[in-house]
Design a protein around this ligand. Structure first.
Ligand SMILES: NC(=O)c1ccc[n+]([C@@H]2O[C@H](COP(=O)([O-])OP(=O)(O)OC[C@H]3O[C@@H](n4cnc5c(N)ncnc54)[C@H](O)[C@@H]3O)[C@@H](O)[C@H]2O)c1
Length: 271
């Protein structure tokens, strides 16, 4: 039976795809017949099933640096002749409290270094990649940009204010760019995962910081991941569920979906 979704001939760029959600998204597009460009900071090209010279390119990229992003987009077009879809997925999260009354000079109070790091990747990086790739899409009058948001961007999140703020800002970019690019035949949509199965983002340092900001232990934090009081479906999301959503949104099956961010969060509505 033919696949429900087919990306034969399409070229897809996925940022931050050496790990986690991005990796699952890149694998999904490869499975669906696309040629895939992975753009990530890591030095070594990640391995994917079914990837070869003819359908895969890795470009080491720092999404926070304009020259690096322009180089990546140029490499993609040089190798495959075009670009059709961008998944703006690279992101980081460093939990911090606005005010740590227990330890104002401690490592878990928000400072400018953390603020600048998180906003550079999650917010500026999305802009730089969308602009570099958006130029090609506008010129060819077709294409799709998918911005990876987070459910926490809508509701805010205790201990993750700067992260949630960048994701709400990304939702706003999605809405505004949809208004700008729609008339050029380019769709812009967002995907907002909730609590997912563990990715590279969920390091011990991340869990320790998040637990601290919420006044609980790491074990208590972990116990909350699958609680139905937090996530009505009572389980963490699978990376493949976010990947499938991206494939659907990038496909012609979603040809009238534009300017919205879709929660893929098992019903969770609080950050
Ligand atoms: N994991 C979750 O529960 C969850 C929930 C909601 C949203 N998200 C979002 O999904 C996206 C992917 O997260 P993940 O959980 O898969 O994380 P991850 O840490 O597993 O993967 C992130 C990838 O981004 C890359 N990256 C980081 N900074 C970069 C930079 N400056 N330039 C290029 N690449 C860079 C990393 O090398 C890594 O490969 C992020 O935008 C994140 O905010 C994740």
């Amino acid at each position: 039976m033919d696949s429900w979704i087919d990306f034969q001939g399409k070229v897809v760029i996925v940022t931050g795809a050496a790990s986690g959600i991005g990796r699952a998204v890149a694998q999904e597009f490869l499975n669906d017949g696309a040629r895939v460009v992975v753009a990530d900071m890591v030095a070594e090209a990640p391995a994917f099933e079914g990837a070869g010279e003819e359908n895969f390119l890795y470009v080491q990229t720092n999404v926070t640096e304009r020259d690096s992003v322009l180089h990546m987009a140029g490499q993609a077009v040089e190798k495959f002749g075009t670009v059709d879809i961008l998944v703006n997925n690279a992101g980081i999260n460093i939990p911090r409290l606005l005010v740590d009354e227990k330890d104002p000079n401690g490592k878990f109070e928000l400072d400018e270094t953390v603020w600048d790091k998180v906003t550079a990747v999650n917010f500026k990086g999305v802009f730089l990649c969308a602009q570099a790739v958006g130029r090609f899409l506008v010129e060819k009058h077709s294409g799709v940009i998918i911005n990876m948001s987070s459910e926490s961007g809508l509701e805010g999140s205790e201990g993750q204010s700067v992260y949630a703020a960048t994701k709400n800002a990304v939702n706003s970019l999605t809405r505004s760019w949809a208004k700008e690019l729609g008339k050029h035949g380019v769709r812009v949509v967002g995907v907002a995962p909730g609590i997912m199965e563990a990715t590279g983002l969920r390091t011990y340092a991340y869990e320790e910081a998040l637990a601290y900001t919420r006044g609980i232990t790491v074990d208590e934090l972990r116990a909350g991941y699958s609680k139905s009081s937090t996530t009505p479906l009572g389980r963490s999301g699978r990376l493949s569920e976010v990947a499938a959503t991206c494939a659907f949104l990038a496909s012609d099956k979603a040809s009238y979906i534009h300017g919205v961010t879709l929660n893929v969060a098992g019903g969770k509505t609080r950050g």
